[in-house]
Design a protein around this ligand. Structure first.
Ligand code: ADP
Ligand code: MG
Length: 608
């Protein structure tokens, strides 16, 4: 039989590669600006037309290219930045794959002008869809200008997929911010449709942040600084009193490269614990310098995630450094916080890989039977001897591998019947924990965490069995969000509908709700949606959490009873009942313990 395998022609291979490298105009901005920095430019201009759909141009005064290099730069895997595999372990440049220009040229009209200082003339190259249309010598200034026009002109599907100009421009500005904040000692300019959006002179980190985010930012910044064997930390965190409900400005840079890390984000947030009003978010601009051989930037083509060799230590160093600064600058009420287990590394990170919790849905369980509107959780009458749930429960450190299972058939479950009611030995301490005597000892339940688990499973159920329960509003609620936030909500509209959110309007013009999930108070709606947007932003791409999971988790978090809330007897009863009717009562959706048990034996031992 004839051979079947053939090599793809370059322009096809390039188009495929382009799919990875170029998702939207902002990706082009990032690649071109990074090339300019790698070329050691100290002045970089970004010129955009129609949110990048018509033109994205980056002009730099860097080292430029020879004619041959200019031509070569559009070949796939053509790079001046690494020579062999060993170089991969000491990468100092932004790029190294040699794919960006080839990819961009495969899906746009590209015009490059470039000249090296010692050359008399520069080179002009025109490329359309990987095909060289023209190459000439030309008189031009030192440095390189790359103009990318009509992005995705030959990939209509991608072009149609682009969002509104406002949304695409926001993404471009985000990329511009990231690059500009990482390199305060370089001069940056940005123009959109002939108006200047940013003019950033050379400066230091603090001044750059202020120039980017406005004059009032200065007074809000608390410096952080720490030098250890494995990392040098510097930068700023925002004072807690300025924390906003909208997502704060949150930036990590590792060796001057912007990265996303929900793990490090957790470290910073835990340092802020107790300092922020509910639902507000810390802002931070944190620069980490590490030995390039201790990170692997190679794990993602667009490289916003990186892998650290010693992630665990970084976490602790970062957390204590931020805490220290907040204390030193008199921001924190006390330097020494009472130890709180919620500051501990979450379970998810202990094995360094994240496992989504396995959720089974109990289809017979309708959380809204006997629901009283406005109530925080519902009463359920179940009949089974709830204490039997604890029998054999010796291990009081529940973990992912925890060995007991708890039945949750509501028909057979009865934690308390009326006669038992008086015998319930539960009370609340510190308005935070519910302590409960059981035959085999004691259970101490964290009320907030327990409620998160309960709400999470019930929201997840609504989302997966597609049962909208909505409470109609007499007067629609109007809410204010910015462009990006609205785009995020638009992307979740269907799922939100399943939980009971009814949008009478959801567009860039405005957001208006005519129905909200039953059981949520109107005054909490804004917080719930803000948190949801924030949580979506913080989602780690590549980690396999579904959007349903994210929504359920986020809503559970914002709506759960908080520590500090005093609970009546009935409420405690409901909470305990509902918790142990859950599929995974022992952990919050973020894998934190919801309760601990102390067996009679342990108690006995303490007195021996
Ligand atoms: P990479 O940056 O991964 O090497 P690119 O496709 O982005 O791959 O660029 C290919 C090569 O073209 C670079 O290695 C560099 O030598 C050259 N180059 C690209 N942009 C510039 C620029 N603005 N100034 C000088 N050289 C550049
Ligand atoms: Mg590059």
């Amino acid at each position: 039989m004839a051979d079947r395998i053939q090599l793809l022609p370059d322009h096809v291979a390039n188009q495929i590669a382009a799919g990875e490298v170029v998702q939207r105009p902002a990706s082009v901005v990032k690649e071109l600006m990074e090339n300019a920095i790698d070329a050691e430019a100290d002045k970089i201009q970004l010129i955009i037309k129609d949110a990048g759909k018509t033109l994205i141009q980056v002009v730099d005064n860097g080292r430029g290219m020879s004619t041959t290099d200019a031509r070569m730069s559009f070949e796939r895997h053509a790079t001046s930045k690494i020579k062999d595999a060993n170089d991969l372990f000491k990468i100092q440049t932004k790029g190294f794959r040699g794919e960006a220009l080839a990819s961009i040229a495969a899906i746009a009209h590209v015009e490059m002008k470039t000249k090296q200082q010692d050359d008399e003339l520069g080179t002009l190259i025109l490329i359309e869809g990987s095909e060289i249309k023209d190459q000439t010598l030309t008189a031009c200034v030192n440095g390189t200008s790359v103009a990318v026009k009509n992005l995705f002109y030959n990939v209509p599907a991608r072009r149609n997929f682009l969002k509104s100009d406002a949304v695409e421009l926001r993404h471009i500005i985000d990329e511009f911010h990231r690059v500009a904040l990482a390199h305060p000692h370089l001069e940056f300019h940005m123009h959109h449709n002939n108006s200047e959006l940013f003019n950033l002179p050379k400066s230091n980190h603090r001044q750059r942040i202020v120039n980017v985010f406005g004059g009032k930012t200065n007074e809000k910044l608390v410096p952080i600084e720490e030098q250890t064997q494995i990392v040098k930390l510097s930068g700023f965190v925002g004072k807690p009193e300025f924390a906003k409900r909208t997502r704060g400005e949150q930036f990590f840079f590792v060796n001057d490269r912007f990265i996303k890390s929900s793990y490090l984000n957790h470290a910073v947030n835990s340092a802020f614990e107790g300092l922020l009003r509910d639902g507000s978010h810390a802002s931070y601009f944190i620069f980490l310098e590490v030995d390039p051989s201790t990170i692997d930037v190679n794990i993602h083509p667009t490289k916003t995630e990186i892998k650290f060799e010693d992630e665990h230590s970084l976490y602790s160093i970062l957390r204590s450094c931020v805490k220290h600064s907040l204390g030193q600058f008199n921001v924190a009420p006390a330097l020494d916080f009472e130890r709180d287990s919620s500051m501990d590394t979450p379970y998810a990170y202990q094995g360094k890989s994240i496992n989504a919790p396995k959720i089974e849905v109990d289809h017979n369980y309708n959380p809204f039977t006997q629901e009283k509107t406005g109530g925080s959780f519902q009463k359920r009458n179940t009949d089974a001897n709830w204490e039997s749930l604890y029998v054999g429960l010796k291990d009081n450190t529940p973990s992912e591998g925890s060995s007991f299972t708890i039945e949750s058939d509501p028909e057979n479950l009865k934690f308390f019947d009326d006669q038992h009611k008086k015998e319930l030995k539960a009370f609340q301490i510190h308005n935070k924990y519910i302590v409960n005597a059981i035959k085999s000892g004691l259970v101490v339940i964290d009320q907030n965490r327990a409620h998160q688990r309960i709400l999470y499973e019930s929201f997840l159920e609504q989302l997966t069995i597609k049962e909208a329960v909505s409470q109609q509003l007499l007067f629609p609620i109007k809410l204010k969000f910015n462009t990006i936030e609205i785009a995020t909500l638009e992307g979740m509209k269907d799922q939100l509908g399943l939980t009971g959110f009814q949008f009478s309007e959801l567009s860039q013009e405005g957001v208006e709700l005519s129905g909200i999930p039953i059981g949520i108070e109107e005054k909490n709606i804004e917080d719930v949606l803000f948190s949801l947007i924030k949580d979506t932003d913080n989602q780690i791409p590549g980690v396999d959490f579904s959007q349903n999971d994210l929504i359920a988790k986020s809503m559970a978090k914002s709506l759960s009873i908080k520590a500090g809330t005093s609970l009546g007897y009935e409420e405690m009863e409901h909470l305990i009942n509902s918790l142990f009717a859950c599929k995974e009562p022992e952990l919050t959706p973020d894998f934190k313990k919801t309760f601990v048990t102390i067996s009679s034996d342990e108690l006995q031992n303490k007195f021996s």
